[in-house]
Design a protein around this ligand. Structure first.
Ligand SMILES: [Zn+2]
Ligand SMILES: [Zn+2]
Length: 792
C-alpha cells in the first residue's frame, strides 16, 4: 500500500550534510576502508500524463482534492489497459503510486455502472484497512467501500454483502469465508467487474501456490454466475512480472514496469564490516554432548558483526543531524541496534540517545502514525526497525537508510532503499553485509545488485500438496467437471484421481462430487502437518500457532520463541497434543536447531547429461530429525553451547535439484579422494546461500545434502531441495538457471578473503553437521568441473 504519487511539497527542513561528504566521514572512522562500492542512483524526473478521456470529471475532482493533479505515465497506461478489459500488473518502485493505477479504472467503472462491484485483496488486514481509508476518503457516491475480514462484526457482514460495491479483504477470507459462502455472495460476484490484487509479490512459494488456486476458484464461481472480472495486480518491482502474474491468476497479463514517478538521487554504498584480528575473534566454546556432532569446528566469528556496525553508523548519522532509518532483519536485532546507538550517543552528548528508537512489530495504527510524525518532524532522528515497516508505516523522504544485512531479495532491497530521498534532495543508502555468503558475494559484485533485474516471484501451482486440497475445496463449492481441469492446470487430473481413490470425491456422470459432510481443512499459510499451539503455562493463554513443519525447529524444549516482540522460552513440546508450553523470559541468547538428514530419489523429471557431470531435477524423499540446538549470544553471535534433543524423525516428499560428478573428473581436477566429502559439502552450503540470488526464497526455505557416494546416483552428489512438501518452485528455478547460479556460487567462494572457509563463504548457520567437513579450495575445484561441462 502506498500513497499515490501526488507531487509533494518539501517540508523545508534544514539540509543535512551532502550524502557524499557524510559517506566520506563515515568510512574514515576506522582502520581500513569498509566500503567496497559506491553507486550513484540518479534522480529521476517524473513524467505526468493527462487524465484518460474515460475518467469521469467527478473522479478527477476527487483525486484533485487529495492532491493528485495528474497521473504519472505508468499509472495512466496501466489504468487504461485495465479499463479496456485487459488483465494488467503494474510493477514499479516504492511510493510510485500503484494504487491510482487500479483505483482509477475500478472506480470509474463503479461510477459508470451503478451495479458493478470490485473485490480488493491485500496480504494483510492492516493494508486493507489503509486502502479502505484511501478509497473512502474520495467520498464517491454509491461506492460504499467496506472491509470484510475476520474482524468484521457478524451484524455488519450481511449489509456488506448486499450493499458494498468495493469490498476489501484478504486471500484467507476469500478462501475460508467468501468462496464457501458463494450462494450468499452471488449478487456481488455476478456483478464483479474488477479483482484487485495488491502487493502481489508477497504471494510466493507454497502460500503463493495456494493463493493461485483460490483465485481460480474465484474465477470459477464468477463464471457460474456469468461474470468475467478484469484482474489488476500491483507488485513491488520484480523480475518478469507478467509471467508471475500469469501463474498467479492463470490468465494472460500485461505488465507495466516503466516507473514514471519522480525520485531524488541516492548515493548507495556497499559496506563490508572489517575482519577481526584472529586473536580477537570470539572463540567457539567447546560444546556439551551433542549427539553425533563434532561441534569443535563451530562457527568462529571472523568479521565485526553487522549489528554492531549498523549501530555505530546509526549513532554517527544521528550525531550529524541526519534523519536515518536502519532496517534490521529481526526484532531483537533492531532493539540491539537501537540500544547500542543510544548508548554511544549518550556517551558523546548526554540525552542525545533519546532521539533514537526501535520499532517493534505489533504497534497500533495510532502509534505508527505518531512514530511517522516524530521522525518526519525531527523529534526523532534515528529509527531501527524490522522489515515489518514495509507493510505498515508510511515513511518516505529520509536522509539516510541503513540496511543491516541483505534483506533477501533485490526487490526488498530497493523497497527499503526507496525510503531514502526527499523530493529534490540527495540521500544516502548503505547496505551493511552480514557474515554470510550471499551478503559477501553482493558487496563484491555490485553488478549483481545494480546491473541485474530484480528476481522473479516464484510459485508452483502444480504442487500436488497444494493442488489436491484446493481441488477438494473447489469440489465442495460446486462439483468439478472436465472443463475445470484446464482451469486448475497441470496435474489436476492426477490430483482428482487421487482424491477419488482416497474416497474424498465420487465420480458421477455430471462430474466429481465431494463425499463428506465436513469441508476439508486447508490453511493457505500452513505447510505440512497440523499446526502446533503455543500456550503460556502460567496463564493458559494461547499465543499463536506454528505450522507442523517448523515446530521442531522453533518450539523444541529450550527454544527462544518470539511473539509480538515478547520473548518466551519453551518448557515442553508435546507433539501428541500438538502443543508447546512456554514462559516469558528474555535471555541474551538465541537458539538454533540442528538436524540430520537422509535423502532418496523418487523420480527424475528432467536432466542434462554433460559428460562427467549430470544435472537433475526430480522428486525426492527427505527424512530429517532435529537432534540438538545451539545457544548463541545475540549481540556477538558467540556460541555458548550445543544441547541434545530427543525428537522423532520426519518425512518430506519434495522437489530437488542435484548434480553429480564422476570420481575421475574430481581426481583430475586435483581433489584428493579424502577431500571429496568436504569439497561437496562446502559447495552445497555456498550453493544454498546463493540460490536466493535467482529466486524469491531465503536459505531457510531450502535444504541440502551432499555425499561422496549416493546409493541412488552412484556418484558424488550435491542435492538442494525445497523445504516444503511437494516443492515450492525454488529447485525448479535453480535447475533452470543452473550455470548462472553455480557460477555465482563459485565466485563467492573464490573471492572470500578467508583462508579455510568462513560464514561469509562455505560455513552455514543451519548445518546439521556442525560445518564439518568443509574444504574451501576443493569446493572451487568441484564447481569448476561442473561449470566447464555444463552448457550455459
Ligand atoms: Zn570465507
Ligand atoms: Zn552442512
Amino acid at each position: 500500500m502506498e500513497s499515490s504519487a501526488a507531487p509533494t511539497v518539501s517540508a523545508g527542513h534544514d539540509v543535512g550534510p551532502a550524502p557524499v561528504d557524510l559517506l566520506r566521514r563515515l568510512r574514515a572512522r576506522g582502520a581500513g576502508d569498509p566500503v567496497t562500492h559506491v553507486e550513484r542512483v540518479p534522480a529521476r524526473v517524473g513524467v505526468p500524463a493527462p487524465w484518460p478521456a474515460w475518467a469521469p470529471p467527478e473522479l478527477r475532482a476527487a483525486f484533485a482534492r487529495r492532491g493528485v493533479v495528474a497521473p504519472w505515465q505508468h499509472q495512466a497506461e496501466a489504468a487504461t489497459l485495465a479499463y479496456d478489459g485487459g488483465h494488467v500488473i503494474v510493477a514499479t518502485g516504492t511510493a510510485s503510486g500503484k494504487s491510482l493505477a487500479y483505483q482509477l479504472p475500478a472506480l470509474a467503472t463503479l461510477l459508470a455502472d451503478p451495479r458493478a462491484t470490485v473485490l480488493y485483496l491485500a496480504p494483510t488486514k492492516a493494508l486493507a484497512a489503509d486502502q479502505l481509508r484511501a478509497v473512502a476518503g474520495l467520498e464517491l457516491e454509491g461506492v460504499r467501500p467496506a472491509c470484510y475480514d475476520g474482524d468484521t462484526p457478524r451484524a455488519e457482514r450481511e449489509w456488506i454483502r448486499r450493499h458494498s460495491r468495493f469490498v476489501l479483504t484478504n486471500p484467507d477470507m476469500l478462501h475460508h469465508g467468501i468462496l464457501p459462502g458463494h450462494a450468499q455472495w452471488s449478487g456481488f460476484l455476478r456483478r464483479l467487474a474488477y479483482v484487485v490484487i495488491d502487493e502481489c509479490h508477497t504471494y510466493r512459494g507454497v502460500f503463493g501456490s495456494h493463493v493461485a488456486h483460490v483465485l481460480r476458484r474465484l474465477r470459477r464461481q464468477c463464471a457460474r454466475f456469468g461474470a468475467t472480472p478484469v484482474f489488476v495486480l500491483a507488485s513491488a518491482t520484480s523480475g518478469d512480472p507478467a509471467t508471475a502474474a500469469g501463474r498467479l491468476t492463470g490468465l494472460p497479463v500485461t505488465a507495466v514496469t516503466e516507473d514514471a514517478s519522480p525520485r531524488g538521487g541516492v548515493t548507495f554504498a556497499l559496506w563490508e564490516p572489517p575482519l577481526l584480528a584472529p586473536d580477537s575473534a570470539t572463540p567457539a566454546v567447546p560444546a556439551q554432548a551433542a549427539g553425533d556432532h563434532d561441534a569443535t569446528t563451530d562457527l568462529v566469528q571472523v568479521r565485526r558483526s553487522a549489528l554492531r556496525e549498523t549501530a555505530d553508523l546509526l549513532a554517527d548519522t544521528v550525531a550529524e543531524g541526519v534523519r536515518t532509518l536502519a532496517f534490521v532483519r529481526s526484532r531483537k536485532g533492531a532493539e540491539v541496534v537501537a540500544a547500542n546507538a543510544r548508548r554511544a550517543l549518550d556517551d558523546a552528548v548526554p540525552g542525545l540517545g533519546d532521539r533514537v528508537a526501535a520499532y517493534r512489530g505489533g504497534y497500533l495504527r495510532e502509534e505508527r502514525r505518531e512514530l511517522e510524525r516524530a521522525l518526519l518532524h525531527g523529534d526523532l532522528l534515528g529509527l531501527a526497525s524490522t522489515n515489518a515497516l514495509e507493510l505498515g508505516v508510511d515513511l518516505v523522504g529520509l536522509d539516510a537508510v541503513l540496511i543491516c544485512g541483505y534483506p533477501g531479495t533485490r526487490a526488498s532491497l530497493w523497497q527499503q532503499a526507496g525510503r531514502a530521498g526527499r523530493s529534490g534532495q540527495e540521500a544516502l543508502a548503505v547496505l551493511v553485509a552480514r557474515d554470510d555468503p550471499l551478503d559477501t558475494y553482493l558487496v563484491h559484485h555490485p553488478e549483481a545488485i545494480f546491473g541485474a533485474p530484480v528476481e522473479a516471484t516464484v510459485l508452483d501451482p502444480a504442487n500436488p500438496y497444494v493442488l489436491a486440497p484446493q481441488l477438494a475445496c473447489a469440489a465442495v463449492e460446486a462439483p468439478l467437471t472436465p472443463a475445470d481441469l484446464a482451469l486448475f492446470g497441470d496435474g489436476a487430473k492426477e490430483a482428482i484421481d487421487q482424491l477419488v481413490e482416497a474416497g474424498a470425491l465420487r465420480q458421477r456422470p455430471t462430474g466429481w462430487y465431494w463425499r463428506h459432510r465436513e469441508r476439508p481443512e486447508v490453511d493457505l499459510r500452513g505447510e505440512g502437518g497440523a499446526p502446533v499451539c503455543v500456550v503460556e503455562s502460567a496463564t493458559g493463554r494461547l499465543l499463536g500457532t506454528v505450522d507442523g513443519g517448523s515446530s521442531h525447529f522453533l518450539l523444541h524444549p529450550g527454544a527462544v520463541y518470539l511473539h509480538q516482540g515478547i520473548s518466551y522460552v519453551v518448557d515442553d513440546l508435546d507433539l501428541a497434543d500438538g502443543c508447546a508450553l512456554v514462559h516469558v523470559e528474555e535471555p541474551d541468547w538465541s537458539t538454533h536447531a540442528r538436524d540430520v538428514t537422509d535423502l532418496s530419489v523418487v523420480s527424475v523429471r528432467s536432466y542434462v547429461d554433460a559428460g562427467p557431470v549430470g544435472m537433475f531435477l526430480g522428486e525426492v524423499d527427505v527424512t530429517s530429525q532435529v537432534v540438538s540446538y545451539q545457544r548463541r549470544r545475540i549481540a556477538t553471535g558467540e556460541v555458548i553451547d550445543t544441547r541434545p534433543l530427543d525428537l522423532p524423525t520426519r518425512e518430506l516428499r519434495t522437489v530437488a535439484v542435484w548434480f553429480t560428478l564422476s570420481p575421475r573428473s574430481l581426481a583430475s581436477a586435483g581433489v584428493q579422494q579424502a577431500d571429496v566429502p568436504g569439497a561437496l559439502h562446502a559447495a552445497e552450503h555456498a550453493a544454498i546461500g546463493l540460490l536466493p540470488l535467482m529466486a524469491t526464497c531465503d536459505r531457510w526455505d531450502i535444504g541440502g545434502l551432499s555425499t561422496a557416494l549416493h546409493p541412488d546416483t552412484e556418484a558424488p552428489t550435491v542435492f538442494v531441495y525445497d523445504g516444503h512438501p511437494g516443492g515450492a518452485g525454488f529447485s525448479e528455478r535453480a535447475y533452470g538457471t543452473a550455470s548462472a547460479w553455480l557460477r555465482a556460487t563459485r565466485d563467492a567462494i573464490a573471492e572470500c578473503g578467508c583462508e579455510t572457509g568462513c560464514p561469509s563463504c562455505v560455513q552455514s548457520p543451519k548445518c546439521g553437521n556442525g560445518n564439518n567437513p568443509l574444504s574451501k579450495p576443493d569446493a572451487i575445484r568441484v564447481l569448476d568441473v561442473v561449470l566447464e561441462n555444463l552448457p550455459a
